[in-house]
Design a protein around this ligand. Structure first.
Ligand code: NAD
Length: 400
């Protein structure tokens, strides 16, 4: 178990020894090794990892990450986070994840499609049985989910599909919507101010960071900085997000956008009200967190703060709203999409946003109340609530 300190959790909730044993390692973690034919007729050999961390509350739910150098350990960590996230927000799924190791800079759309088809073929039994329900993550998009659907022909076997292929209006924006809603709640409750005019800096201008910027800007916040892997841009008066986000979506890199350039390191150290790391894991470390001057951190990415980074932020009195709460909008929308696929109903975008706002607000209130009651941070409060739910489900199913 990497993403939480279970000893710490056990100080606030009773976790039977057998539950600790069950939660200490994934239920299933496999490595797959397969060959895919390319446009040229050549083949490439690909490594993939599929992890079901815990499925006591429902089938393994979690995205497919296509990335250079993705490891089994990283996929296990992400699958574990899905267990706490689904549990915290009360979605009837367990935690899973997969990772496919490819040279992401040089993979063509054709190659991506061929890899996803082969991955689907190898995991077809679990996908058809509904034991694992994938979704997009870094390096994958609705297009790849449509390919999976094309192989299984079962709409609920995969979420994050394009709207025209059984997808959900609002699914693309969902994670960013939830991050923005969490930022809004934290702004009012923790900073004691209205979001309007609040200075926000966002690292990562992809799906999560881009839509977070869109919703925060729409709610009147001043998004003063955004960045991607090529660097960032800054404007004290607030960036023109309605112009910049569509550019990023069409593939323009932040380094090629007009504006005052700043580095990713500088962005993390900006004097802002809200800092939102929404790119990748381990960016707020024991070292980088020392430079953090934000008044509140809202985690858009999975695992952007290391344990050392967390300790530094806590010493500095900077509250952190954790990933399992803040970026749960994606899995909430996935649940709505899965339910829609099963029932054949149609859901409107506004209804999706309403579900996300409602569920995140409810979870936020529970986390806040527990944190205050126990005198602990938001991360520990969130995972303690989540662990308790998982343990109770284990008891209900006779696992303990
Ligand atoms: P994405 O690929 O759409 O975007 C990632 C962005 O981060 C890009 O702008 C990229 O250039 C930037 N980036 C990558 N490495 C960076 C680095 N080292 N420094 C600065 N910027 C960097 O991915 P995404 O879907 O937006 O996911 C981002 C994070 O959010 C990941 O941690 C992912 O696991 C998590 N997440 C995504 C979803 C979802 O629905 N997409 C849901 C929950 C959590």
């Amino acid at each position: 178990m990497k993403s939480i300190d279970l000893d710490e959790v056990c100080r606030h909730v009773e976790v039977p020894e057998k539950a600790r044993m069950l939660l200490s390692v994934p239920e299933k973690s496999i490595r797959q090794h397969f060959s895919v034919t390319q446009e040229s007729g050549d083949t490439i050999v690909v490594d993939a990892y599929v992890v079901y961390y815990n499925t006591v509350r429902g089938p393994a739910k979690g995205g497919i990450r296509l990335a250079t150098g993705v490891t089994q350990e990283e996929v296990e960590d992400l699958a574990e986070r899905m267990v706490w996230k689904t549990s915290l927000v009360g979605i009837p799924f367990g935690g899973g994840k997969s990772g496919i190791c490819v040279d992401i800079e040089n993979v063509t759309p054709f190659q991506k499609g061929a890899i996803i088809k082969e991955f689907t073929h190898i995991n077809k039994n679990d996908l058809l049985a509904g034991d694992y329900i994938p979704a997009p993550d870094m390096g994958t998009s609705p297009r790849e989910m449509a390919i999976i659907y094309g192989e299984t022909h079962i709409a609920e076997s995969v979420t994050g599909k394009p709207v025209r292929v059984g997808g959900l209006p609002g699914r693309l924006e969902a994670t960013g919507r939830g991050v923005a809603t969490t930022a809004l709640l934290g702004c009012r409750d923790i900073l004691g101010r209205d979001l309007r005019g609040t200075a926000c800096a966002i690292q990562g201008f992809g799906n999560v960071g881009g839509w977070t910027a869109h919703f925060l800007h729409g709610a009147g916040a001043r998004v003063v900085a955004v960045s991607d892997v090529t660097g960032g841009i800054y404007d004290e008066d607030g960036l023109d997000i309605p112009q910049l986000q569509p550019m990023a979506r069409s593939g323009v890199l932040v380094a090629d956008m007009e504006g005052t350039k700043i580095s990713n390191a500088d962005l993390l150290g900006l004097d802002v009200d809200i800092l939102i790391p929404a790119a990748c894991e381990n960016v707020l470390t024991g070292q980088t967190a020392t430079h953090c001057r934000a008044r509140l951190v809202v985690e858009g990415a999975n695992g952007p703060t290391t344990a050392e980074g967390d300790a530094v932020l806590s010493d500095k009195g900077i509250p952190v709203l954790p990933d399992v709460l803040a970026n749960a909008g994606g899995v909430i929308a996935s649940y709505v999409e899965w339910r829609q696929a099963k029932s054949g109903s149609i859901t409107r975008r506004e209804d999706v946003f309403e579900s996300i706002d409602e569920i995140i607000t409810e979870a936020y209130d529970r986390v806040r109340a527990f944190a205050r009651e126990q005198g602990i941070g938001y991360r520990l409060a969130a995972v303690t609530i989540a662990v308790e739910e998982v343990v109770r489900a284990m008891q209900d199913r006779g696992w303990l």
